[in-house]
Design a protein around this ligand. Structure first.
Ligand code: ADP
Length: 243
């Protein structure tokens, strides 16, 4: 579970996240949607414990900066940053040692095979394309069998096979009860699997919807998204799953 309470993040005087509060339960996929600059990456970096912020964030019941939280958290950044001089397989080994994983090799093999990195296993980080580097990030994040995973724009830059495989992995993680946040500026990339949708604009969550309510109401989310992000006056709603 992720519990974000009154998260405010300022870069000097600029407010990038303005008093965000939301909960993502076990087995739920929450989508942070919004145009470029809405504040999605900032929120994800705050949740990942990479930035200082005001407010409180809990991961699996632990303060997000605690070791307990870090142990159960996987993070796939928007811009991959692999170790330049480690090979694909050495990344797996590094994560396994850092997290003191046992019996990880079979799992690592499966991950790199599913993301078609197995023939690149001896290539160094700096020798890989951006898409391949992103696949390493995904393998590293999932190798630890995280209880909570944050994906920042995960589909941008991946090839169609990897997108299909990642979507299958998301369904598997969800079925295992993993808590997931995905940020995206493209609603259609997540339409099959979101449970909670948070539409962000100018650092705020302007609308929050739950799938089960939207399925009943038939609300058009694309329209809602554009109302909010193109700033038409009717858009400033922040209602919890209204039918
Ligand atoms: P998104 O992920 O929705 O595209 P970001 O969280 O990356 O949005 O950015 C939100 C706002 O914060 C943008 O206006 C961006 O320019 C600003 N911003 C992001 N990172 C920094 C930074 N390190 N320093 C100053 N401003 C930043």
């Amino acid at each position: 579970m992720i519990n974000v309470s009154h998260l405010t993040k300022k870069y000097h005087r600029f407010v990038a996240n303005n008093n965000l509060s939301f909960i993502v339960n076990d087995g739920e996929i929450a989508v942070l949607a919004g145009p470029n600059g809405a504040g999605k990456s900032t929120a994800i970096k705050c949740i990942a414990g990479l930035l200082r912020f005001e407010g409180e964030i809990e991961i699996g019941g632990y303060n997000n900066k605690s070791l307990e939280a870090k142990r159960i958290l996987g993070y796939v950044p928007e811009i991959p940053a692999p170790f330049e001089l480690l090979t694909v397989w050495e990344h797996m080994e590094f994560i396994a040692r850092a997290y003191r994983l046992e019996h990880w090799k079979e799992r690592a093999e499966l991950l790199i095979r599913r993301l078609e990195l197995d023939d690149k296993r001896d290539k160094m980080g700096k020798e890989l394309s951006k898409g391949m580097q992103q696949k390493i990030s995904i393998c590293c994040a999932l190798l630890i069998e995280p209880k909570v995973v944050l994906f920042d724009e995960p589909f941008v830059g991946l090839d169609p096979h990897a997108i299909k495989e990642l979507k299958a992995m998301l369904f598997e993680l969800k079925a295992k009860g993993t808590t997931i946040i995905i940020s995206t500026h493209m609603l259609d990339s997540v339409e099959e699997f979101w449970d909670k949708l948070l539409i962000m604009m100018n650092g705020r969550v302007e609308a929050e919807r739950e799938r089960r309510f939207v399925e009943k109401s038939g609300e058009n989310l694309e329209e809602l998204f554009f109302q909010i992000t193109e700033k038409q006056p009717s858009a400033s709603s922040k209602t919890e799953g209204t039918p």
